[in-house]
Design a protein around this ligand. Structure first.
Ligand code: NAP
Ligand code: ZN
Ligand code: ZN
Length: 367
């Protein structure tokens, strides 16, 4: 069908952006010119300066969840500066430092949205690999600019650096939300952080900010010293070390499980105290195997948690700024992104890659 005059005019004003896209399940990322919508009345246009590399980006470019629409431009840990706002926008103005996380739209009218849980709205639109309400496919933050409804834009506190703060938009809220809603944010409680990667290291920092005892449970003995000395964990348990696992048995009030691979669950459930909670945030592609006995003995709870709503995301980044919680980042150029993905697959990053988009010649707007 031919576009109407109004649609034609809108298209003319739509802006171009340069992104890094995977075209197939090899996951190889290469430049692609994409179109962003013109800045609508409720929209904020953002020049992207940094974007974190989340393991979900890696799952997605390789189609590990079997739902990838190619070409895909990943990236949902976006930090940048506002360049233009629509006429109804009251929260932001040009020049503001802002971020965008995993969502860019929702129905904005259901009870869940009204309560601040857009992350559970049946009409949620993810930042990439979703079909937005206008029928366009969303493209993420490995790109030069983005246009987002103001509801889904987060204000960066003055004290929060854009590069070290970008990962909080996904990794930060994804661990903060289950800590808040499962009572794993109380001083004196003992939380286990399973998997010391992008999500895990931020969980350690939040738990320490909450005054908790934190044990890292890791498959990488080489991370022990930095977990204890740099990140401030109280204990480090190597998951393959039977003696260390035995010593930690029955000691934890909860575990935030951030592991991006299928690993045996039974020994990990054993680390919980009676009534303890294992909260899954990691998203390995295969179903979990968990013997019912390991849940039932000791009244254990196995829960899941999906990112967090916009109100909680703003609360999280404000609190992070107050407590000095930032991500430990390795800032890389856009040309390094494929190498970064290979290293991320091997858990070889301390602890989040962040793409320096603002200084990239590849990801540059033409105007
Ligand atoms: P990441 O940086 O790769 O960290 C994952 C950590 O898991 C690794 O550092 C490693 O820690 C451990 N791990 C990886 N492979 C393992 C294996 N084969 N056996 C044992 N441990 C292994 O990933 P991330 O960005 O933190 O994301 C973690 C997971 O959360 C991903 O599946 C991602 O898709 C998911 N996620 C979920 C949500 C949500 O809303 N629920 C949001 C964001 C991300 P050690 O070296 O310490 O063992
Ligand atoms: Zn993510
Ligand atoms: Zn809704």
């Amino acid at each position: 069908m031919a576009p109407t005059a109004a649609e034609g005019a809108k298209q003319q004003h739509a802006r171009k952006a340069v992104g890094l896209a995977a075209r197939d399940a090899s996951g190889h990322l290469a430049p692609l010119t994409i179109t962003r919508r013109s800045t609508g009345d409720d929209d904020v246009a953002i020049k992207i300066l940094y974007c974190g590399i989340c393991h979900s980006d890696l799952h997605s470019i390789k189609n590990e969840w079997q739902n990838t629409m190619y070409p895909i431009v990943p990236g949902h840990e976006i930090a940048g500066v506002v360049t233009e706002v629509g006429k109804n926008v009251i929260k932001f103005k040009a020049g503001d430092r802002v971020g965008v996380g995993c969502m860019v739209n929702s129905c904005q009218s259901c009870d869940l949205c009204n309560e601040g849980f857009e992350n559970h709205c049946p009409g949620i639109i993810f930042t990439y690999n979703s079909v937005d309400h206008d029928g366009t496919v969303t493209y993420g933050g490995y790109s030069s600019n983005v246009v987002v409804h103001e509801r889904f834009v987060v204000r960066f506190p003055d004290a929060m650096p854009l590069d070290q703060g970008a990962p909080l938009l996904c990794a930060g809220i994804t661990v903060y939300s289950p800590m808040k809603y499962h009572g794993l944010n109380a001083p004196g409680k003992h939380v286990g952080v399973l998997g010391l990667g992008g999500l895990g290291h931020v969980a350690v920092k939040f738990a320490k900010a909450f005054g908790m005892k934190v044990s890292v449970i890791s498959s990488s003995p080489g991370k022990r010293q930095e977990a204890l000395e740099r990140l401030g964990a109280d204990a480090f348990v190597v998951s393959k070390n039977a003696d260390e696992m035995k010593a930690a048995t029955g000691t934890m009030d909860g575990i935030i499980n951030t592991v991006a691979a299928n690993i045996p669950m039974a020994p990990l459930m054993g680390l919980l105290k009676p009534n303890g909670k294992m909260v899954m945030v990691g998203l390995p592609e295969k179903p979990l195997e968990i013997p019912p006995f390991d849940l039932i003995m000791g009244n254990k709870t196995l829960a899941g948690s999906c990112i967090g709503g916009m109100k909680d995301t703003q609360e999280m980044i404000d609190l992070a700024a107050k407590h000095g919680v930032t991500a430990d980042v390795e800032v890389v150029g856009a040309d390094y992104v494929n190498a970064a993905m290979e290293r991320l697959a091997k858990a070889d990053v301390r602890y989040r890659f962040v793409i320096d988009i603002g200084n990239s010649n590849t990801l540059k707007d033409s105007e």
